[in-house]
Design a protein around this ligand. Sequence first.
Ligand SMILES: Cc1cc2nc3c(=O)[nH]c(=O)nc-3n(C[C@H](O)[C@H](O)[C@H](O)COP(=O)(O)OP(=O)(O)OC[C@H]3O[C@@H](n4cnc5c(N)ncnc54)[C@H](O)[C@@H]3O)c2cc1C
Ligand SMILES: *[C@@H]1O[C@H](CO)[C@@H](O)[C@H](O)[C@H]1NC(C)=O
Ligand SMILES: *[C@@H]1O[C@H](CO)[C@@H](O)[C@H](O)[C@H]1NC(C)=O
Ligand SMILES: *[C@@H]1O[C@H](CO)[C@@H](O)[C@H](O)[C@H]1NC(C)=O
Length: 575
Amino acid sequence: MTISLFLLALLVGVQAEDQVPLASAPTHIWETLSARLGGRVFQPTPFAQPCFHNATSVECASVQELYQNEKARTHQAGGYTWGQWEMCQASGEQCLLDFMTPTDPDATASPNTCELGSIPPHFIDVQGPDDVIAAFEFSKTTGIRLVIKNTGHDFKGRSSGQGSLALWTHNLKDISYDAAFVPEGCTAAYPGVTAGAGVQFFEAFQFAEEHNITLVGGSDATVGFTGGFVQGGGHGVLSPVLGLGVDRALQFKVVTPDGAYRTANACQNEDLFFALRGGGGGTFGVVLEATILAGPAAPVQVVVVTWATKSPERTKALWALITENMLGWADAGWGGYSMPELALFVTQRLSKDEAAASMAPLLGFAEQLKADEVEGAMVMVMEFPSFLPFFTSFMTDAGGNAGAGVGYSVSLTSRLVQRASFATPASRSELVDALMAASGAPAPDAPLMIIQITAPTATHADDLAPGRTSVTPAWRDAVYHVTSMGMWNWNATGADMRAVYKRTSALMDHVRAVTPDAAYLNEADVYEPNHEVSFWGDHYPELAGIKMKYDPDRLLDCWQCVGWDSDSERYACYF
Ligand SMILES: Cc1cc2nc3c(=O)[nH]c(=O)nc-3n(C[C@H](O)[C@H](O)[C@H](O)COP(=O)(O)OP(=O)(O)OC[C@H]3O[C@@H](n4cnc5c(N)ncnc54)[C@H](O)[C@@H]3O)c2cc1C
Ligand SMILES: *[C@@H]1O[C@H](CO)[C@@H](O)[C@H](O)[C@H]1NC(C)=O
Ligand SMILES: *[C@@H]1O[C@H](CO)[C@@H](O)[C@H](O)[C@H]1NC(C)=O
Ligand SMILES: *[C@@H]1O[C@H](CO)[C@@H](O)[C@H](O)[C@H]1NC(C)=O
C-alpha cells in the first residue's frame, strides 16, 4: 500500500513538473546536479556549430573535413551518426551541413541558424554508478527526461531527445581479459572480456588481436561493444558460428531505474540478464560494463566477388545463386554480405582449400563474369591470420557499409528471412523476386540494399554463454537479415522526409509479404508495423513484466522500446 501511494505521488510530481517548459528549468538545478557530480554536467555543441559561427574559420574547415567521419562524431557528445536524430524532424530545427559538399555555403547561410534540435541540452560524462543513481533521482524529482547516449549510431533516435538529460557512457573505456572468468555467484569459468560501456569495436578488435582471442562484432568500427549493439542482438560475419552478441554475454553490471547497482548473469538477477540479452538498449537500466565470451583466435577465409556496372539481371543471377546454395553454406558456417554488385563471404571454420571448394558455385559465377568481360569484375580468395586484419582490410572504412560515410539522414527498413524460404525452388524464386522488387532497381535513386548473412545458423550450444536470450526466436531460424536504406540531405522538407520513409518501407513490403513478422530491432524501420512481435516474438509479455518490475515510472523510455509510452512528449520530434 505504501509503495503504491509513493509511486502515485511520484507520478503526480512528474506530470506537474512536465508542464514547465524544459528550456525554462531554473539553472540552479543544473548547478546542484553538476556540483554533486564533480562538475561533470555540461552543455554539448552540435557537430557543425563552428560553421554557423564562422564559415571561414579553421574550426569550420575541420568540421567540413570530418563531416562524414564516424570516429570524430562519436568522440563528441553532440555528434550523432545520422542527421535526423540530431535535428528535430517535426519542427525542422537543425544544425546540419550539406553532406555531399560540406563546404556548400547554402546550408549555413542566413536565414539558417544552428539549433540543438534533438540533441540533449545537458550531458553527464558518466564515470561510475553514482552518476547514474544521481541522474535517476534528478529525473524523478524534476521530471526532466533521461536518455542514454553511447556512440549515437542509433537508427531510431533512441540516443537523443529534445530537452533531455543525456547519460554519456563514451568515456568508460576500461577493458580487460580473464581466461577463467567466473560470473559472480556462478561456478563455471569462461574466457571473458570485461569492457566498459564506452568501448567501441575498433578498440575491442584491437584488444582481441593483442590477446589472441576472437570477439563477435558488426561491420562498423565505431559502434559500441557493450551498449545498444549487444543489448539488442548484435550480429556480424562471425555470428553464423559464434552466435549473436547476446549469445556471448556472460554478465552485465547495470544501474536499474530504482537506483540499485546490480550484477546480472545466469546466477543472479536472471530476469534482468534475460532482458538485457535482446530486450533493447535504453530500457532496463544503464549498463556500465559487460563481460563477453571470447572465442579462440583462428584464421579467417574470405571470398569476394564484385563488378562495377549496375545490372539488375546480374544482381538477380547472383542473389539466385546465393539463395540456392545458402542452406549448405549456412550449415558450413559461412557469414557475409551481399549488395547488388558484391558478395563477400567469411568463415573461420574451414581451411583455405575447403573454403574454395565450398564456394565453387560462387567462384564459377565470378569466372563467368570475367569470361563475359563484365566491367570491373573481380574475384578474391584470401586467408587472413585472424579477424582484425580481415576487418581492417574490408570493413573499417566502410562507414555506412556503402563507403558513403555518415552525416546524412536515413530511412532504414529490414526483415529476417527464415530457412523455409530457402527450402524449395518455388520458395527460393519467390524470395529472389521479392528481394529484387524491394531493391527498387533499376531506379537510379533506389535505396541501398544489403543482404546480411549474419544469423546464428551454425552455432554449437556449448560454445555460447549460458542462460536465455530475449531477441525474437525468429533469429534462430533466420538465414538472411535484409536491410534497405533510403536517404536525404540537409535541405529536405518534412514532406520529402516522410516520402523517403514511406517509399523505403513500402518497398520492403515485398519481402514482408513472403516472410514471417520478424526484424532486428537495432536495424529496423522507424515505423515498424507490429513491432512488439517483430522484435521479440513471444518473449514480449515477459519483457514487459520485467520492464515494469525495474522501471515502473518509465524513467527510461525510447521509441518502440519495451513498455514505451507512445504518447509521451518525448517523441514530439518524430513524425
Ligand atoms: C554504420 C552502422 C553499421 C552498423 N552495423 C551493425 C552490425 O554489423 N551489426 C549490428 O548488430 N548492428 C549494427 N549497427 C546497428 C547498431 O547495433 C545500433 O545502431 C546500436 O543501437 C548501436 O549501439 P550504440 O550503443 O553504439 O549506440 P547509441 O546510439 O549510443 O545507443 C543505442 C541504444 O542503446 C542504448 N544504450 C547505449 N548504451 C547503453 C548502455 N550502456 N546501457 C543501456 N542502454 C544503452 C541507447 O540508449 C540507445 O537506445 C550498425 C549501425 C550503424 C550506424
Ligand atoms: C572567421 O575566421 C577567420 C579565420 O580565422 C577570420 O579571419 C575572420 O575574421 C573570422 N570572421 C569573423 C566574423 O569572426
Ligand atoms: C593463439 O590461439 C590459438 C587458438 O587457441 C593457438 O592455437 C595459438 O597457439 C595461440 N597463439 C599464441 C601466440 O599464443
Ligand atoms: C537541396 O540542395 C541541392 C543542392 O545543394 C538541390 O539540388 C536540391 O534540389 C535541394 N533540395 C531541396 C528539397 O530543396
